[in-house]
Design a protein around this ligand. Structure first.
Ligand SMILES: Nc1nc2c(c(=O)[nH]1)N[C@H]1C(S)=C(S)[C@@H](COP(=O)(O)O)O[C@H]1N2
Ligand SMILES: [Mo]
Length: 326
């Protein structure tokens, strides 16, 4: 079992990461290994003591650049430091639990055990995944991705999970499958309903992708963050992570994945179609009707650090890997 034998080309490079965040990565890689041992986050067969290959340990390809190299890159490359986990765990958008960013307490009411994800629709092998399947059926990887909310704030998050490609392979979509709908958990007794929106909206929270987007190597399901199981407020036990799209495309706490032949109605696109397109790719050239998307505020790598204003990157910096889709 390896995490990365060779660094994939989209993995943030060591020479884009400061010494400080290198320390941070070491710390969460340790957490990751700790999580593997204590909560069985890793696939079966990965016993404690077995060598886990991570970007930290996989040899010369990932050797740290000499300090001179790092200086050479520093001025021109925006530094994607992982956001302090205390921030990523406490500054949330999760409307089922409230409209503010402070929903951590309310979200603890989310019942995650047991959990089932129904994978259905136009597929040859429909599946139901339980909690154990989510953690063990597909090999887990760590991916450090830029994360950009449509509200113009950004983070850099080390996710733990599996590529959407792995699920596609397991269910084998039929040729008629053109779109995929993802549905979040909803229970009137536990979560807020759509009443507060004062008009009919699709509810529960639903999101969708074209099947080619889901098949892109970057499209990811997260079951953890910072080497730990996903906290409830961040969408436990499984959420979507589509790093080149705005954050609202990434539905949390998924209970159903359906393969369809037509484009599904999704929550934000139905509510405010002029503001939130179905596609919703990060694009500095396309302003939101109420604000510019040309720049973004990057959340600090340390608690208390000021947010830095930086230019927005086309497709959130992943154009090389996703531009062929558009
Ligand atoms: N079910 C559900 N998923 C959701 C949301 C939501 O309100 N409900 N908010 C979205 C938005 S707008 C963003 S920016 C991200 C926020 O993820 P975070 O709280 O882990 O930062 O989740 C997305 N997924
Ligand atoms: Mo968002």
């Amino acid at each position: 079992m390896v995490f990365f034998r060779v660094r994939p080309s989209w993995q943030l490079r060591e020479n884009q990461v400061s010494a400080e965040s290198h320390w941070h990565r070491r710390r969460f890689t340790r957490n990751l290994i700790g999580a593997a041992v204590t909560t069985s986050l890793l696939p079966l067969g990965c016993e404690s003591g077995q060598k886990i290959v991570t970007p930290e340990t996989s040899g010369s390809k990932l050797a740290l650049p000499k300090s001179g190299d790092r200086q050479k890159f520093a001025p021109s490359v925006p530094l994607p430091l992982p956001t302090a986990q205390e921030l990523a765990f406490a500054f949330n958008n999760y409307y089922e639990f409230g409209r503010t960013k402070s929903i951590v307490q309310a979200a603890q009411a989310l019942p995650t055990k047991p959990w089932q994800v129904e994978v259905t629709g136009l597929v040859n092998h429909p599946l139901t995944l339980d909690l154990d399947d989510l953690m063990h059926k597909f090999p887990l990887e760590e991916r450090i991705y830029r994360f950009r909310c449509v509200e113009a704030w950004a983070m850099v998050v080390p996710w733990l999970g599996f590529p959407m490609q792995a699920l596609l392979k397991a269910v084998d979509p039929k040729p008629q499958a053109k779109f995929v709908r993802f549905t979040s958990f909803y229970d009137r007794k536990i979560t807020l309903g759509p009443e507060w929106l004062l008009r009919p909206v699709p509810w529960p929270y639903q999101e969708g992708l074209r099947i080619e987007e889901m098949a892109n190597e970057l499209a990811f399901f997260a079951v953890g963050m910072y080497g730990k199981p996903l906290p409830k407020q961040n969408g436990a036990p499984i959420r979507m992570v589509i790093p080149w799209k705005y954050g609202f495309k990434g539905a949390k706490s998924i209970i159903k994945i359906e393969f369809l032949d037509t484009q599904p109605a999704t929550f934000w696109n139905t509510l405010l179609p002029n503001e939130y397109s179905f596609e919703a790719n990060v694009d500095p050239r396309k302003p939101h009707p109420r604000w510019s998307q040309a720049s973004e505020r990057l959340m600090g790598s340390q608690l208390g650090l000021a947010w830095e204003q930086q230019p927005t990157l086309l497709y959130n910096g992943y154009a090389e890997y996703v531009a062929y889709l558009y």
